[in-house]
Design a protein around this ligand. Structure first.
Ligand code: ASP
Ligand code: MG
Length: 407
């Protein structure tokens, strides 16, 4: 018996039947004697629909008003779920971010949780109530509603689990857990029983859309026991933790694909100190996150620097660099947004040389050209043409997991 935080994503609460299904999972946990705190996302595509609604009225609405609007989606799902639990005869209370004491900074649309005052939740739990909290939202020092960024309910759940010292944080979604690749793309992909925080973090950052990456960062920092599982199947999910059993581990845990990126190249830069600093400090000031960076060897005192950004940042990045063309000093900018990043992730590659070569070999055999490469201790990423991305994921997955039962 302990304290369990259960988070349900938008698809798990999309309609009345699903809300009732979630209510059953929650009350089942409660009946087993646990204290239960629930975090919900907005129903189905509610958040997207609200964004579309806003655009009809004012495509340049302020972020503050957007948060005022978007936060309502979670309020609806929480109230409805509380009603479903009431109807089943259990004590329950739903709380907004503010009522739940979730305080954030003032970055509307992308707020960070600064602290959680858990008294109210604790009081409700002491009364043996099931507590349902709106995901994705908090309140800033002025008392205004903020949201945590798309997909932010995972982060709400982990933050609550951390501050309440929960025994477990279960993230219920529409997939059975974390797979070695997207099963829609790679039918042979397998569900992992366990994965480390670091691997999960890489996978989440790299476009495996199971968990919000900030939630994984936070889970690692506060050592929150995480489990990703399906609200539909009842199957055991994937546990995310610090160290995993090594027996069934392969060198890599998964293959991920990110299509949401673009590559910029600044061509004809002076080959002198300070150039990279100028470029990337300008981008940092604009809050543009840069990923893979490649600098050419250069010729005749000129060099090129290429790097990738999220597609959403492309316009902004191009504008800043163009505006500062004289200050940076380059010939022209070359842009390619017809690319994708394919990555392998695995803590096992630290001690096993040749993993990267295995990936390159698989891509070579498939006739797929690699534009850029980047590596970290536990990841290898390559940039390929968008048209090659799915194929690249499949052949890479085959290379590491194909036909081999012990992985
Ligand atoms: N409803 C929000 C979104 O769609 C938050 C979430 O789902 O986690 O982004
Ligand atoms: Mg959602």
């Amino acid at each position: 018996m302990g304290l369990i935080v259960q988070k349900f994503g938008g698809s798990s609460v999309a309609d009345a039947d699903r809300v009732r299904n979630v209510a059953r999972i929650i009350t089942e946990t409660y009946r087993r004697g646990h204290r239960v705190v629930v975090v919900l996302s907005a129903q189905g595509d509610t958040t997207d629909d609200l964004i579309a609604k806003a655009a009809e009225i004012n495509p340049h609405a302020s972020k503050r008003e957007m948060d005022m609007l978007l936060s309502t989606g979670e309020q609806i799902s929480c109230a409805l779920c509380a009603m479903a639990i009431e109807a089943m005869g259990y004590p329950v209370v739903s709380l907004t971010g503010r009522q739940a004491g979730i305080q954030t900074n003032s970055s509307y649309g992308d707020a960070r949780i600064s602290r959680i005052q858990t008294e109210r939740i604790q009081n409700e739990l002491d009364k043996r109530s099931i507590v349902i909290v709106t995901g994705f939202q908090g309140v800033n020092r002025t008392g205004d509603i903020t949201t945590l960024g798309r997909g932010g309910s995972d982060t709400s759940a982990v933050a609550l689990a951390a501050s309440l010292h929960a025994d477990l944080c279960q993230i219920y979604t529409d997939v059975d857990g974390v797979y070695t690749a997207d099963p829609r793309l790679v039918p042979k992909a397998r569900k992992l029983e366990e994965i480390t925080y670091d691997e999960m973090l890489e996978l989440a950052t790299l476009g495996a859309q199971v968990l919000h990456n900030r939630s994984v960062e936070m889970a690692k920092r506060y050592n929150v026991n995480l489990e990703v599982l399906s609200s539909f199947s009842g199957n055991p999910g994937t546990k995310v933790k610090e160290v995993v059993k090594t027996m069934e581990k392969s060198y890599i845990s998964g293959v991920a694909k990110d299509k949401d990126i673009a590559r910029l190249a600044l061509v004809g830069l002076e080959d002198e100190p300070g150039i990279a600093f100028r470029i990337f400090s300008l981008l940092a000031k604009e809050k543009v996150n840069v990923d893979i960076i490649l600098q050419s060897i250069g010729r005749e005192n000129k060099k090129d620097i290429s790097f990738t950004v999220a597609k959403g940042d492309l316009e902004n990045a191009t504008r800043v660099l163009t505006e500062n063309r004289d200050y940076i000093g380059f010939d022209h900018i070359d842009i390619n947004d017809n690319i994708a990043k394919v990555s392998i992730v695995g803590a096992g590659m630290i001690h096993n040389p040749g993993v990267a070569a295995g990936m390159f070999e698989a891509l070579f055999n498939a006739g797929i050209n690699i534009h850029m490469i980047s590596t970290s201790e536990i990841k290898v990423s390559v940039l390929v043409d968008l048209a090659d991305a799915d194929h690249a994921v499949r052949v890479t997955h085959d290379r590491f997991f194909g036909g081999n039962d012990l992985y």
